[in-house]
Structures are given as C-alpha cells and as structure tokens.
Design a protein around this ligand. Structure first.
Ligand code: ATP
Ligand code: MG
Length: 257
C-alpha cells in the first residue's frame, strides 16, 4: 500500500497548519457562505479558514449541511451568497481541476473496475498499467479488475471511488463519509491511505459520524448544526472541551437535530 501511495508523487511538502493562520498551499476558506434551496437556508453564513494541509474532519447530525458544505467547497453548488476562496482567490475552474471528491453515494462509470481507474488516470494524463495495478492493490482489489463496477457492493464501490479520486492526484480531497458502509478492516485500510495521502501534502476534508475515526484522523474539526458553524476547533480541544452546546450534546450521544 505504501508503494501504491508513493506512485502518486504528490510531491508537496507537509506543513501542518494551525486552524488560525491558514493561507498557503491549497488553503480553503469561506466568507459568509450561504446556500438556499426552495426558500430553505441549508448553509447559513459560514465564515471559516481551513489549514492548508492536515485533515479537517466535518461533523454534525444528519441534515446539518455537511454534504452541502462539501459541494460548495468543491464548486458543485453555487452559493446563494458569500464566497469560497482557494489560496486566497475565489474558487475557480483551475482550482477545481486540482480537487477530487468521493461522494456519500459513489458515482461510478458503468464499466469495469479497471476502466473506472483508467479513466481517472487518463484525465490526469497518467494512464499506465502499473499505476492502475498499484491503485487496485491499495484498495485490495487486485482480483476485481475486470468485474463490472455496478456489481460491486456498496462498501466496495466506496473503495473504488476513493482509488479513482486518488488517481487524479488532487491537491484537495473531499471525502463524504467514505467508510460509512465499510467493514472495520476496510475502514482501517482507507484510514491508512488517507493518512498517507495527507502526509504527502494533500489537503483532506473528511465527513464522518464516527467519533473514534474522527479522533484518529482529525487535525481540526468543523462542527455544523442546522446549517450553521457551531464550532471550528483544533481536534484535541474539540474532543476534550467542545465549546458549543451542540457539539457537547453530539459527543455525549444526545440528539441535537
Ligand atoms: N436539493 C435540496 N432541496 C431541498 N433541501 C435539500 C436539498 N438537498 C439537501 N437538502 C436538505 O439540506 C439539509 C442538509 O443536507 P445535507 O445532505 O448537507 O446533510 P448532511 O449533514 O450531509 O446529513 P447526513 O449526515 O444525513 O449525510 C437536509 O435537511 C436536506 O434535507
Ligand atoms: Mg451527508
């Protein structure tokens, strides 16, 4: 797996940033970011700055707006008002081309597993049999190359979606509950991959409901509640002394919808 990740040659120095003080690399920030759909405000005036590297975990109860937040950061949804910035300038197609996202419900090509990876490698001009093999190996799919992607189980589809995202060698990788359908061993494999990719300088924004996983991975935690930013804290502080009432209730296993 180590070799598989190293072929991606991200080549970016790892400069773990602080929550405050982001501003280089693929740093993302938002100002007064809002999204309204059918008269309902799904994201409400989010202003925050994510560290340029390290892993940002996004948490919050069902319906809090986590997936919509990721869609906005990735430019898939157009804000009703406010702005997403990447490296200090408004998010552009150039930035978007350097981002990848693994969706909560993976979207795969109706082709073989190998063809799904080949397609992503080709988009990046890096198609090669060796790279495909290493990516398949990283997700434990060496024996599934010729299988139709649509016949994979839900968890297997999530793993393939991650390999495909990695094939594009993104500066920023958005992961929306990428291990939600995975068995513990597969989830652990994904966590290893995510850590490796992060250590090589890729910014990771990772949505999870799994508090143990969040503790293992997080550099900082963004906690959303009813579309609002309840809290954005360095991970040790978030888990030891959450500042917001919503985060305290969430961590205590109480419903905060
Ligand atoms: N197209 C839409 N039109 C109207 N409301 C929407 C639309 N898409 C999402 N929503 C609503 O926006 C809210 C936030 O949705 P979102 O998918 O971002 O939640 P989430 O935090 O990712 O939840 P989960 O943990 O269940 O994945 C939800 O209440 C959802 O019903
Ligand atoms: Mg979601």
């Amino acid at each position: 797996m180590r070799e598989a990740i190293s072929i991606m040659a991200f080549g970016k120095a790892s400069t773990a940033g602080e929550v405050e003080g982001a501003g280089s690399g693929s740093a993302l920030s938002t100002r007064d970011l809002s999204l309204e759909v059918s008269g309902r405000r799904l994201i409400d005036k989010l202003t925050l700055s994510l560290p340029p590297t390290s892993i940002t975990i996004v948490m919050g109860p069902n319906g809090a707006g986590k997936s919509q937040f990721l869609r906005l950061l990735h430019g898939l949804a157009v804000p009703t008002s406010g702005t997403v910035f990447c490296c200090g300038t408004p998010l552009s197609e150039r930035h978007r081309a350097r981002q990848a996202m693994v969706f909560q419900k993976p979207v795969l090509l109706r082709r073989s597993v190998a063809a799904n990876i080949d397609y992503a490698l080709a988009v990046n001009g890096r198609r090669s049999r060796r790279r495909r093999e290493l990516l398949l190996e990283a997700i434990g799919f060496t024996d599934k190359a010729s299988q139709p992607a649509r016949l994979l189980s839900g968890g297997e589809q999530q793993r393939l979606a991650l390999a495909r995202a990695l094939a594009t060698e993104p500066d920023t990788l958005f992961l929306d509950e990428p291990t939600a359908s995975l068995d513990p061993a597969s989830a652990q494999t994904i966590e290893h991959i995510v850590r490796d990719v992060s250590a090589q300088g890729t910014k990771i924004v990772f949505v999870t409901h799994d508090i143990g996983q969040a503790k293992r991975l997080a550099g900082d935690v963004v906690f959303l509640h009813r579309g609002k930013l309840a809290e954005h804290s360095p991970a040790p502080r978030f888990f030891a002394r959450p500042r917001s009432e919503a985060a305290r209730a969430f961590l205590a296993g109480q419903i905060v919808i």
